[in-house]
Design a protein. Structure first.
Length: 83
């Protein structure tokens, strides 16, 4: 493993995902997902090679779960209060 990430920042943001955008642009996929080294951050590229930030990714995921799967209820809780 290379702890320096080969001189590339491991952050999945637009300026570091040119290779992913290029691959999509040449028809190697319909969209792309990228994570950092420990997968606690995410970024994506749409079918045109445009960056999709994590906030939009989560919003789209929730929209799918509500509209297509019919899920209802709380989405996120940071603290569980005692009953």
């Amino acid at each position: 493993m290379n702890p320096g990430f080969g001189g590339v920042h491991p952050e999945p943001i637009a300026k570091y995902l040119g290779s992913l955008a290029g691959s999509i642009g040449t028809g190697m996929g319909d969209f792309g997902l990228a994570t950092d080294g420990d997968a606690d951050r995410i970024g994506a590229m749409d079918e045109r090679g445009n960056f999709v930030d994590p906030h939009k990714i989560m919003s789209l995921a929730f929209q799918f779960l509500v509209e297509k799967r019919g899920w209802r209820g709380p989405v996120v809780r940071t603290v569980l209060l005692p009953a």
